[in-house]
Design a protein around this ligand. Structure first.
Ligand SMILES: [Zn+2]
Length: 157
């Protein structure tokens, strides 16, 4: 079993771009209009929690099998991949590495160019938790999984 955050897709009321309004006050990453929402305030913590569980369970952030049914699944998948790359590269400046990777190396479709900036925003928030909790030191240890899962549950709606 893999942990999908299963957030309902959110669309900008003005331009219909899909994104995760993870702050109370957000700017649509595509058209820039202001969006207020308090439905996704735990998103960053839950995303970081799913990374933690995956690393303990599989030894990797990205599980071997992963379906992108929802937009949040795709954001999870992209985030897993960039942190996997970060950990392999072990750069001095983690933030700069993530920003460069997302903006210069990932390819987004023409109508999804706004996703680069949005993904960067999300991963830099996750990076704070990553550093604070030393995710880089997490070891593959399937028996630990249930304990972390309980921690993760506290963020479930
Ligand atoms: Zn918009």
């Amino acid at each position: 079993m893999t942990l999908h955050l299963d957030e309902p897709d959110f669309r900008c009321s003005k331009c219909t771009a899909r994104f995760i309004p993870f702050r109370k006050e957000n700017l649509c990453p595509d058209c820039g209009c202001g969006i207020e929402s308090d439905e996704y305030l735990n998103f960053i913590k839950r995303l970081a929690g799913s990374m933690e569980i995956n690393k303990v369970t599989y030894g990797f952030y990205h599980p071997p099998v992963w379906l992108n049914n929802r937009f949040s699944d795709r954001i999870q998948s992209l985030t897993f991949n960039v942190f996997e790359a970060l950990e392999q590269a072990k750069p001095k400046d983690g933030k700069a590495f993530l920003s460069h990777l997302i903006n210069k190396k990932l390819n987004f479709a023409t109508d999804e160019k706004y996703l680069a900036k949005h993904l960067e925003d999300i991963t830099l928030e996750v990076y704070k938790i990553y550093k604070e909790k030393r995710f880089d030191l997490i070891e593959y240890e399937p028996s630990k999984r249930s304990r972390i899962k309980d921690w993760f549950k506290t963020f479930m709606p």
